[in-house]
Design a protein around this ligand. Structure first.
Ligand code: HDE
Length: 716
């Protein structure tokens, strides 16, 4: 992980710097496609002023009656500054408050003319700017990144036909089937109302009370108890639109689609012990990782894909396409990749961009349309409504990060914080005073006005859940059956951990009833950990449902790990007297494969021959890395072997199933930590090249799963 160029040798503040230093990643802005450019403010070489533009001569002292006298109300400079400060916070998002975001571009692979008339999917030579915000759901704005939770994956495409917001999550299903239950669900999962605990997690009574009473949540709860809920990095998460949407082509032909995002570096997760420790040692772990990756030019990438279902096939599945608690297994409908998203620029200002960005599933463009999924239908109302209270009024679309790059004209006027200075006398339509402008645009094959897909609806008004939504368990069972052994163990561990924190026994018992309907082994293992008897399945045949597949390998992260070390982070553990030539060789071997290395030692300083220590062992503990290589050198190995922190570093790496290497005397440190010899993921020897070859092979698999049972006996 080379340090950001920005931080290298930070210059002393100067009054005469001519240009603002921008990192390379901040330079690739095309002003024409950037809604923020005219709003960027740069204070280099500028005088400090009040908001009214009056130059300030003293920003250190309040106006007082004499140097020791009372402050004077007259001080308009101090009052303006403090008043603005008093109002710096806006209401945080009720859900998804904790988020991190970046700018980027989307480019389609080819013209997807057959599928849609949406312009941003039609020209493989055209890049559409995007802003992507990742988030956790439960915690407040300052909560930790690595909690067990669903992650938001919201993408704003600034297309030339208007903004398209694909507001998805990192899991393909949801807890509830109907929007009217959302406030109940959120009240249950949020910190409890009497004591505002716990922060950032679902391991508490109200959450499990609700989900154990609402069996439609069974599938999604299983996902949140899986490794999907503790991603290694935001860059290694898949994303999903969840609901079924429609794509409509220039001939007006509509097809159902499910949207998918696939990270090109593959998916990876944390282990629960790592995630918990990281929440304390680096609450910004994911935010930092995303920021640093973009800053270093390791631009995160995802492919956008769709599962396509012809209208005639709408009813040919053993579940309802409109039910958001169901996936379409990829083995039944494979994903067609449409294009690639690349995040290549960090925001200039967190508040202006990441906090103020307003996503709304109702923001769509011609060529895309909704389905009747009752969860999606409710979301179409909620998001605009929430922005009005969060961002202070209906003009949130005028905030730079939310502005469309398409021309925008209508007769909406006034309201709080209005920025547009509308000219002309007529703010109504039709009008003849302003020659009728702005006027409607006829729908057209390409570039026309938005036209809703003419779906036939002929029905009675009714408050009823469709019978086709009755199956609550078959896909939960499918998910469980598709997991590898370590993934199943993690799921059992997660249910056991969360339910052990639930104070009311009857809630634990009721949730075991839900698990019994998913799988008897899962239920029995969790029941055993809770010291409770395992109940038998009790759901009706309709609730149990039926899946045409026994397994869906695409659901397992471990089974589809992409062997690669690109952007992985490795610690080179060393101390004074380390063999610096091997350190350089270790670094070179990793850099050549696209991984990043940091020298971690008991103290900062130099190890000689230009090798600087990047971080202390306590500053960057093992949980920040994907693997560790212990450098050679007798003196260094002796110091590390005698250091409890260094021994803990390698032992913890072992416990977390990470690749471990040791060159020459470095092997003594592994012995001092009592690491077993002959482990598949430990590479040792005196030849750095050979050690690194084996180490990189182990690192590329992300974890040494074969070690899982041995690692359990290592204390956390
Ligand atoms: Fe959201 N959701 N949601 N949600 N959601 C919000 O909008 C809501 C749902 C999702 O980075 C809020 O601007 C309702 C599903 C993301 O800014 C709010 C329902 C999915 C984000 C809201 C759902 C999501 C939000 C809070 C049930 C995955 C963060 C602040 C009908 C497909 C976007 C805000 C960002 C945010 C309402 C269910 C994803 C209150 C009523 C399903 C990624 O409007």
């Amino acid at each position: 992980m080379p340090t950001s160029k920005k931080n290298a040798g930070a210059p002393a503040p100067s009054k005469n710097t001519s240009a603002v230093a921008r990192t390379p990643s901040q330079n690739n802005t095309n002003p024409k496609l950037d809604s923020l450019e005219q709003f960027r403010s740069d204070a280099t070489n500028q005088a400090l002023t009040t908001n009214q533009g009056v130059k300030v001569s003293d920003n250190q002292n309040t106006l007082k009656a004499g140097p020791r006298g009372p402050s004077l109300l007259e001080d308009f400079i101090m009052r303006e500054k403090i008043t603005h400060f008093d109002h710096e916070r806006i209401p945080e998002r009720i859900v998804h408050a904790r988020g991190s975001a970046a700018h980027g571009v989307f480019k389609p692979y080819k013209a997807h003319t057959d599928l849609t008339k949406a312009a941003f999917l039609l020209d493989p030579n055209k890049e559409t700017p995007v802003y992507v915000r990742f988030s956790t759901v439960q915690g407040s704005r300052g909560s930790a990144d690595t909690v067990r939770d669903v992650r938001g994956f919201a993408v704003k495409f600034y297309t030339e036909e208007g903004n398209f917001d694909l507001v998805g999550n990192n899991m393909p299903v949801f807890f509830i089937q109907d929007a009217i239950k959302f406030p109940d669900f959120v009240h249950a999962v949020k910190p409890e109302p009497h004591n505002e605990m716990p922060q950032g997690g679902s391991a508490h009574d109200t959450f499990w009370d609700f989900v154990s009473l609402v069996p439609e949540s069974a599938h999604m709860v299983l996902w949140t108890m899986s490794d999907r809920a503790i991603p290694r990095s935001l860059r290694t998460m898949e994303g999903f639109g969840i609901h079924t949407f429609r794509l409509v082509n220039a001939e007006g032909k509509g097809r159902f689609v499910k949207f998918h995002w696939r990270p090109t570096i593959g998916s990876a997760s944390l282990l629960w012990d790592e995630a918990q420790k990281l929440a304390g040692k680096d609450a910004d772990f994911h935010r930092r990782d995303l920021w640093e990756a973009i800053d270093m030019g390791d631009y995160p990438e995802w492919e956008l894909g769709v599962q396509i279902v012809e209208e005639d096939d709408e009813h040919s599945f053993d579940f309802d396409l409109l039910d958001p608690t169901k996936i379409i297994p990829e083995e039944i409908v494979p994903i067609t990749m449409l294009g690639k998203l690349t995040l290549n620029r960090n925001p200039d200002n967190f508040f202006a961009e990441t906090e103020q960005v307003a996503f709304c599933p109702g923001h769509i463009v011609p060529g895309i349309d909704f389905s009747n999924d009752p969860l999606l239908q409710g979301r179409l109302f909620s998001y605009t409504d929430t922005q009005i209270s969060r961002l202070g009024g209906p003009n949130f679309h005028e905030i730079p990060i939310n502005r469309t790059i398409a021309p925008m004209h209508n007769n909406q006027r006034d309201a709080k914080h209005r920025m547009t200075v509308n000219r002309g006398q007529a703010s109504y339509e039709p009008n003849s005073i302003d020659s009728g402008w702005p006027k409607e645009t006829e729908p057209a094959a390409i570039g026309g006005g938005f036209e809703t897909y003419p779906e036939r609806v002929d029905a009675v008004k009714i408050r009823q859940r469709s019978e086709s939504f009755a199956d609550h368990y078959s896909q939960a069972t499918l998910f469980w059956n598709s997991m590898t052994k370590p993934e199943k163990d993690h799921i059992v561990g997660a249910y056991s951990f969360e339910l052990s924190k639930v104070e009311r026994k009857f809630i634990r018992e009721r949730q075991l009833g839900i698990l019994a309907n998913i799988d008897s082994e899962l239920c029995a293992r969790v029941a055993d950990n809770l010291g409770l008897p395992a109940p038998k399945a009790s759901a009706s045949a309709a609730e149990l449902g039926k899946s045409s597949l026994a397994e869906s390998p695409a659901l397992s992260i471990v089974a589809k790990t992409k062997p690669s070390v690109k952007t992985r982070k490795v610690a080179i553990l060393a101390a004074k007297g380390a063999d610096v030539a091997t350190i350089k060789a270790i670094k070179d071997a990793l850099t050549a494969q696209g991984a990043h290395a940091k020298v971690v030692a008991p103290q900062l300083g130099t190890l000689g021959d230009g090798v600087e220590v990047d971080a202390t062992i306590l500053g960057l503990p093992s949980i920040m890395f994907d693997g560790v290589v212990v450098a050679g050198g007798a003196a260094s190995a002796k110091l590390l072997s005698e250091s409890g922190d260094a021994r803990h570093f390698v032992l913890e790496s072992f416990k977390h199933l990470k690749a471990i290497g040791a060159v020459g005397d470095g092997e003594d440190v592994l012995a001092a930590a009592h690491l077993p010899t002959g482990d598949e993921g430990i590479s040792v020897g005196s030849d750095t090249k050979n050690v690194m070859k084996a180490f990189i092979a182990a690192l590329s698999k992300h974890r040494v799963w074969a070690r899982a049972d041995k690692a359990e006996s290592v204390p956390a």
